[in-house]
Write a protein that binds this ligand. Structure first.
Ligand SMILES: [Zn+2]
Length: 479
């Protein structure tokens, strides 16, 4: 069996991965708060942990891996958006407007993450579906002396948990010094964090032993992972920005509610995302949602390729140049593998070299290098690319649509073999008009026609249409 080694944030070491139960390998990843479109940075953990999910499924069997990723659908930002809509005249109660907003956002999220080639997790729990387990966990924490109720709030008593801060390797006092902790008169200690808070009429709320209120953010992951994966499970993932306080708080809650169980064994954190070397921010004008990039003509697989070309523990710099390289590579792969049928996923056996690359703490950069070397083995390339979420059925059917349609030599839409040659032919023709030497144009045109391509040249540009006998293989080696 492939050895998987993963860097564990908790121990600060790369460790051999040994699941608690190889028949049910369990992974939890913190998901989005559903109030708006996912931005490019939100997509990184999804792509990273999707790749790990694929690896685990391949090594342990597709039915032996459980992957849970939550939707945070209780949040003040969601309430604020719903309230704004209501004030702008939208019909419905606040609860209905909140529901509408979260449903809409979850729909967007699915569409965007599917477009990037991510598999859906086994479970996608929503916080609002787990209020009772959260209340039960909070009650258990109060009963054990780890939490206290005060003025409609319930707070976690951070100093009651000696291990607090172990994940980030910092002491509570250091963390207080560096963090923006909310000081409130009802807190015993500024570090204590909210498990439950009261709701006014403008906020969604649930009845609880502490009055009508709603859960804090951290308790949701503790309660949902417990319900779906149990008191101890294998891997917990998320972005590096969640390490403190969110993950420290999850650990404190879960380990105090279920002492001796250990909660998550391996903690994995992906580094942040940059755009052209800078932190993505609205003020710098380099802030993109995934949808915006898709609409600008970057196929989802190009975004996925760029993300996987950098190791997950390094900052990932999104650049237009990298996207072009990715596009070119994926176009090549599509072209080289076009005449081959994918091996059904259940019959696919990954090459040990690729598994070794992925098994080495998800060395996706090396995995892509492995794929690049498969030019002369199209079947293998196709199957392995699909294993990593590329050349999907969706991408192939888009290519079919594209080949059926008219392909022009310019534009920013999806590119393909014909777009590539259309653009070349167009350029050669421009040059020939100046040099009055049409030899190159004629040579390429003849070669295209020989490959079954219908060549239409007009004042507007070049159009290449695949004819009935179109054979992409005949274009191999042409420039
Ligand atoms: Zn979480």
């Amino acid at each position: 069996m492939t050895t998987i080694r993963l860097y564990n944030t908790r121990t600060r070491a790369k460790e051999d991965f040994a699941p608690i139960n190889a028949d049910n390998v369990r992974m939890y990843v913190c998901g989005p708060t559903v109030y708006d479109r996912a931005h490019l940075g939100n997509a990184r953990p999804v792509v990273v942990f999707d790749t790990l999910f694929r690896l685990l499924q391949h090594v342990y069997g597709a039915d032996h891996v459980t992957y849970a990723r939550n939707f945070t659908d209780v949040d003040d930002k969601i309430n604020a958006t719903a309230l704004q809509r209501q004030q702008a005249g939208a019909e419905g109660t606040l609860e209905e407007l909140i529901h509408e907003r979260t449903e809409e956002t979850i729909g967007w999220y699915h569409a965007d993450m599917d477009a990037l080639g991510n598999l859906r997790p086994s479970h996608e729990p929503r916080a609002t579906g787990y209020i009772a387990p959260m209340i039960a966990m909070i009650e258990a924490l109060i009963a054990k002396g780890h939490a206290y109720a005060a003025e409609g709030h319930v707070l976690f008593r951070v100093r009651s948990y000696a291990e607090y801060g172990a994940l980030s390797g910092r002491s509570v006092d250091d963390m207080i010094a560096g963090a923006r902790v909310e000081v409130a008169p009802f807190k015993e200690d500024p570090m204590d964090f909210v498990l439950w808070k009261p709701s006014d009429v403008h906020s969604p709320g649930w009845e609880s032993p502490w009055g009508r209120g709603r859960p804090g953010w951290h308790i949701e992951c503790s309660a949902m992972s417990y319900e779906l994966l149990g008191a101890s499970f294998d891997i917990h993932g998320g972005g590096l920005d969640l390490q403190f306080p969110h993950h420290e708080n999850e650990i404190a809650q879960s380990c105090c509610a279920h002492p001796g169980e250990g909660f998550a064994k391996v903690w994995m954190h992906n580094e942040m995302l940059l755009v052209e070397g800078k932190k993505m921010s609205k003020s710098l004008g380099n802030f993109f949602t995934v949808r915006e990039l898709l609409e600008q003509g970057y196929p989802g697989e190009v975004i996925r390729f760029v993300m996987l070309s950098t190791h997950y523990r390094k900052p990932m710099d999104w650049t237009a140049e990298k996207a072009e390289v990715a596009r070119k590579t994926l176009d090549d792969w599509m072209r080289w593998t076009w005449d081959y049928d994918p091996t059904p996923a259940e019959n696919f056996i990954a090459d040990p070299n690729l598994l070794d690359a992925l098994g080495d703490d998800l060395n996706t950069h090396l995995a892509l290098t492995y794929l690049r070397a498969l030019k002369d083995q199209p079947q293998k390339l196709l199957d392995h690319a699909r294993f990593l979420g590329f050349l999907s059925d969706e991408a192939r059917s888009r290519e079919i649509e594209y080949r059926k349609g008219i392909v022009s030599g310019t534009g920013t839409g999806p590119t393909s073999v014909l777009a590539f040659f259309g653009s070349n032919l167009d350029q050669l023709r421009q040059e020939a008009k100046l040099s009055k030497n049409f030899a190159k144009v004629d040579a390429l045109k003849t070669a295209l026609i020989a490959a079954g391509v219908e060549v239409r040249m007009s004042k507007e540009g070049v159009e290449l249409v695949p004819g009935p006998g179109f054979d992409a293989a005949k274009l191999e080696g042409l420039e």
